[in-house]
Design a protein around this ligand. Structure first.
Ligand SMILES: *[C@@H]1O[C@H](CO)[C@@H](O)[C@H](O)[C@H]1NC(C)=O
Ligand SMILES: *[C@@H]1O[C@H](CO)[C@@H](O)[C@H](O)[C@H]1NC(C)=O
Ligand SMILES: *[C@@H]1O[C@H](CO)[C@@H](O)[C@H](O)[C@H]1NC(C)=O
Length: 693
């Protein structure tokens, strides 16, 4: 562009850019609803809650059949061929399995539908009775989705179990739901065999891998058949499909409870279909041109709703796994292609832990290159960061195009080079990672908030929203309400922003917990209009544009960044036993992987120790500040924690010693000396912040 033309255009562009920025778009608006009073928001674009993606698609079975008719010739399910498996010696001497995978082999919507029909009838021929439940217990793959849809065609309820749950949890879930048929992969088949006799209700097992090792199976009294043989059985069948209706139970999803055994969340067809309808509006222009990489566990609500949504929109789904995702993934043979390199997806879902890994990988590569490449990267990153954070250059597309061409193009290639959007959920995403992915990949991230109980996404940040730390406005299929939580000091009337416990209402709110009416009644409520609400126990606040921000958790349970739950109450109960501890409050920031603690030490114990080791100090407050004191108490509580068998993440990594005792008068503990978590957090907010620096 000639220089003078640029100088003419620049001021115009600048003013336009600033105008654009000032006008913060309204994304969520107030709504009058029933139930408990509070502040409610709905999606700005949809005055009425959406319930189905299109008329007539009221169940997953109907939705799938209609999508298969609509997109019959489009590719639906893609799986990579396995070319070779080798063992390589890893750095620690252990042998690592490395695979070479070939291109994706696809089946169309039409072909997938044929398979679903055959498998569905085959299950009945095999002896399964419709009224009984089937469990799906396998890693994410095409057969999982086929089996799921096959069950729905005959109104069979599917029980899903997280593959990483322990044996007790597995036995409990299968037994509680009286599952009679289990469909599993090779790896999970081993687990089933180990459990053997204790699975009292199981009669039939279908295994997905034809080459599964069946030698040890003779001992089991199960009827056993391969996935492909079930399809063959279906060929001879004359049975007609028996569709469910919208209120029938589609899935009972077992999720790892924060304590004790897993809970089964009961989801109707209506619940999941409503979520699909809502999520389809979140992903801009979703169409059969899109390609989605599927690799997260399908037993998790995030992936289940994502894949069923893709199915409804005519998208092609290519399967992969976390261990083979990119060219540098641990199971990929060096020099061969990872799943995204081969698939070149346009859409993907991710959990924060995966995105953190992508970010670290890019940073390492840049470090390793050094020199000019590194300097260029850093300059580009700074410039783009300034741009998205609001300086006027942001809207000036030319600079962006330039940096993309010079620097970020190679980074984009890490995820295949064609990605146009990401959905992130499951845990909070750190602002740093969100920015990094935004800038380096040029990919917008829709960060969602939702729970299994609300059938995944209740809010999603919109793709043109470049702010970090917020989870967006309500999805069009539900309302989000904040209700007072007086004990915690969060009120809907709070200024400047309304705050309170997050309550979600709408057709996606699930039926409740399986065989646990007491727990269901505790957290689910139906209002006078018949609308169902779920009380999340999370604390949020609404921004003026209608977006939600999660600020706290009501329960003592905190989910750390990598998805582990820790119970603050349990940690405190274990550590208060230590002779050094008078009072303790554990604290965990969900953006980190460790917890910290505020401790009021026992003055006598600490002073005795100081005398014993000859530690000098001015006064007691000074003693509490000493590095040596902190070290001594940390060491002692670590031992106490180990004796109490706390997990590593449950042992505070850093502590702050407070000289003044917590008494009821201070407002930090109740009359019964129970800690008042919110008040302590407030009083020592600065100290807690420092512990995480
Ligand atoms: C679907 O199955 C459930 C449980 O067996 C049953 O209660 C319900 O009536 C069935 N729905 C239809 C439409 O037959
Ligand atoms: C399965 O459930 C029955 C009762 O429904 C119970 O007696 C049995 O102990 C349970 N078994 C396991 C392995 O949990
Ligand atoms: C769903 O099925 C149940 C049981 O067969 C029946 O009572 C109910 O009326 C059905 N609902 C609809 C909307 O068809």
């Amino acid at each position: 562009m000639p220089g003078f033309l640029a100088s003419l255009l620049l001021p115009v562009l600048m003013t336009m850019a600033m105008r654009f920025r000032k006008k913060s778009r309204l994304r969520g608006v107030a709504e009058e609803v029933g139930g408990e009073p509070g502040v409610t928001r709905r999606n700005q674009r949809f005055p009425a809650l959406v319930e189905t993606p299109w008329e007539g698609a009221t169940t997953l079975a109907a939705l799938f059949e209609q999508a298969c008719e609509k997109y019959a010739d489009q590719p639906l399910l893609g799986t990579r061929t396995l070319i070779s498996v080798e063992s390589e010696a890893g750095p620690d001497g252990r042998s690592l399995e490395k695979v070479t995978l070939g291109p994706y082999v696809w089946i169309s919507y039409g072909q997938a539908f044929e398979k679903v029909k055959l498998f569905s009838s085959g299950l009945l021929e095999f002896g399964h009775v419709k009224e009984e439940k089937i469990a799906l217990f396998a890693e994410t793959r095409a057969e999982w989705l086929i089996a799921l849809q096959a069950c729905f065609r005959n109104n069979i309820t599917v029980v899903t179990i997280y593959a990483s749950l322990g044996e007790d949890a597995l036995a409990h879930s299968l037994n509680e739901t009286e599952v009679t048929t289990v469909i599993c992969d090779r790896k999970q088949l081993k687990k089933l065999i180990d459990l053997g006799e204790s699975l009292e209700t199981v009669r039939r097992v279908v295994y997905m891998d034809d080459d599964s090792d069946k030698s040890t199976l003779a001992a089991c009294a199960w009827q056993l058949e391969s996935f492909s043989n079930i399809e063959k059985l279906g060929k001879g069948s004359t049975a007609q499909a028996h569709f469910p209706n919208a209120s029938d139970i589609a899935v009972i999803m077992y999720t790892s409870g924060s304590t004790g055994l897993p809970k089964g969340v009961i989801m109707s067809h209506r619940n999941i279909v409503a979520t699909i309808a809502g999520v389809m509006t979140v992903v801009a222009d979703i169409s059969p041109k899109d390609v989605y990489i599927a690799y997260l566990p399908l037993a998790h609500i995030l992936e289940l709703t994502a894949e069923t949504t893709m199915c409804a929109a005519g998208v092609a789904i290519g399967y992969g796994s976390p261990l083979t995702l990119t060219d540098t993934s641990s199971k990929i043979k060096k020099g061969t292609k990872g799943d995204v390199g081969e698939l070149k997806p346009t859409l993907m879902t991710a959990v924060p832990a995966i995105l953190d890994r992508v970010r670290d990988g890019v940073r390492r590569t840049v470090e390793a290159k050094g020199g000019l490449a590194k300097r260029l990267f850093q300059t580009a990153y700074r410039r783009r960061l300034g741009a998205v954070e609001g300086s006027w250059l942001g809207a000036w597309g030319l600079e962006r195009v330039l940096w993309n061409a010079v620097v970020f193009k190679n980074v984009k290639r890490v995820l295949g080079g064609r990605l146009r959007g990401m959905l992130s959920g499951g845990a909070p995403l750190s602002g740093d990672t969100q920015r990094f992915i935004n800038i380096c990949l040029g990919v917008p991230i829709a960060q969602g908030y939702g729970l299994t109980e609300t059938c995944a996404g209740a809010t999603f940040s919109e793709w043109d929203d470049t702010s970090v730390g917020r989870v967006g406005p309500p999805v069009p299929h539900c309302y989000v309400k904040l209700v007072d939580w007086e004990a915690g000091g969060y009120l809907a009337s709070d200024k400047p922003l309304p705050r309170g416990e997050i309550v979600i209402g709408g057709p996606s709110v699930t039926i409740g917990y399986f065989k646990n009416q007491a727990k269901t009644d505790e957290v689910y409520k139906t209002d006078e209009n018949g609308l169902r609400w779920f009380y999340t126990g999370d604390i949020g606040q609404f921004h003026p544009d209608g977006c939600l921000e999660i600020v706290d958790r009501k329960k003592d349970i905190v989910k750390l960044q990598h998805g582990e739950y820790i119970s603050l109450g349990k940690i405190e109960a274990a550590l208060v036993v230590s002779p050094y501890v008078d009072s303790i409050m554990a604290h965990a920031d969900p953006f980190h992987n460790f917890c910290v603690a505020l401790i009021v030490p026992s003055q006598t114990a600490l002073e005795n120790w100081a005398k014993r080791v000859g530690q000098e100090y001015n006064d007691y407050a000074d003693l509490c500040q000493k590095e040596e004191s902190i070290k001594e108490i940390l060491k002692s509580i670590s031992q106490t924690a180990k004796q109490a068998r706390l997990q590593k993440s449950e042992i505070p990594s850093k502590i702050k010693l407070l000289p003044d005792p917590w008494t009821p008068e201070t407002g930090l503990v109740t009359a019964a000396l129970k800690i008042k978590r919110e008040n302590i957090r407030k009083a020592f907010a600065e100290d807690l912040k420092k512990l995480y620096q």
